[in-house]
Structures are given as C-alpha cells and as structure tokens.
Design a protein around this ligand. Structure first.
Ligand code: IMP
Ligand code: MG
Length: 173
C-alpha cells in the first residue's frame, strides 16, 4: 500500500520562520563567537538556510548520533558515530536539531557537549514535536510546534527517502 503525505508547512512558511529565527539568534549573539553544532543528517538543509541568514559568520560543526530502538524514532541506547571536531571550550555553542520528539537524543547530546565546557550552550530546533516527549529538554529557539505525526521533507527522512522535498509533509496511511 502506498504511503500518502499531506503538506503541513509550505516552503514560504519555512523561509519566513527561518528568517525570524536567524534574526533572533543574530540579535542574541551579536559580537560573540558562535559555533553551531548540527545533528546529522536531518538538519543539513535547515542548518544551511539558518547560518546563511545570520548577520555574522559562524563556525559550523556536526555530530551524528545513532540510537538503537524500535521503529523510526529513537528509544534506546544512543551512540555517537561522528563527534564534534572544533574546539568548544569557552565558546558560545548552539546545538541545531531538525526535530525533537522524545527528547532522548537531545538530552544525551546536551550532556555530551556540556562536557566540553562551552561558555554557553543553547538549542535551536526546527520542530518541537510534543506528543512523545519523555525528557524535558530546554529549547531556546523553536521553529514550529507540532502535536504529532511523522514528518518528512526539508531534511527529514522516512527510511532515507523524501529528505529533499522543499516543504514539510506529514505521512498519512
Ligand atoms: P528523539 O530522540 O525521540 O527526540 O528523536 C529525535 C530524532 O528522531 C530526530 O532527530 C529525527 O532524526 C528522528 N525523528 C523524530 N521524529 C521524526 C519525524 O517526524 N520525522 C523524521 N524524523 C524524526
Ligand atoms: Mg535528527
């Protein structure tokens, strides 16, 4: 049976919101030395748009995490398969994530990055998906709040497919 999808967030709405987030981040970090840490792979499109909309240059690094668990979302043990490479000690670090669901991935990553002793650590996520939250995670910049559903497009994948769609869709059976 074919999977259907319904457009949830248009490319215009994404662009407007990313510009607003970039404005807010630019204001908050003016005159500082910001390093963004993107969580691969889902974040690559959002991060690319976000950093190019900032009013100053930033350094860009990535991590990649792997979580053992049932189904398409994380649930179990989390492993780092690609760690940060830039020095983060005494620097302003902004974790950039595509979507926060249970919060387990981000909770793990915040603890890991905090171990590098940055001078500040904040989180920006494109989508805060509320329904399955298990751990309260601090989200400083949020693009969109979504109650539930499995989302694809604008970097988000379903089994590696549909990442390159320019809009965000919700999968429907
Ligand atoms: P969490 O640890 O449950 O918060 O899961 C976060 C990760 O699960 C995200 O970074 C995504 O890689 C993946 N994920 C969660 N929900 C979705 C979704 O709706 N679409 C695509 N990936 C998702
Ligand atoms: Mg992710």
């Amino acid at each position: 049976m074919a999977n259907h999808r319904r457009c949830l967030i248009s490319r215009e709405a994404i662009a407007r919101r990313v510009a607003e987030l970039a404005e807010q981040i630019s204001r908050d970090y003016a005159g500082r030395d910001l390093v963004t840490v993107g969580v691969l792979k889902g974040v690559f499109i959002f991060l690319a748009d976000l950093v190019r909309a900032l009013e100053f240059p930033v350094e860009v690094d990535f991590v990649r995490l792997y979580s053992y668990g049932p189904g398409t979302t994380s649930a179990g043990e989390i492993h780092i398969t690609k760690d940060v490479e830039l020095p983060l000690k005494d620097r302003d670090v902004l974790i950039v994530e595509d979507i926060v669901d249970t919060g387990l991935t981000l909770d793990f990553l915040i603890n890991h990055i905090a171990g590098h002793r940055p001078s500040s650590l904040k989180v920006c996520c494109l989508i805060d998906k509320k329904e399955r939250r298990e751990v309260e995670v601090p989200l400083d910049y949020v693009g969109f709040v979504v109650e539930k559903g499995f989302l694809v497009g604008y970097g988000l994948d379903c089994g590696e497919k549909q990442r390159t769609l320019p809009e965000i869709y919700v999968m429907e059976k």
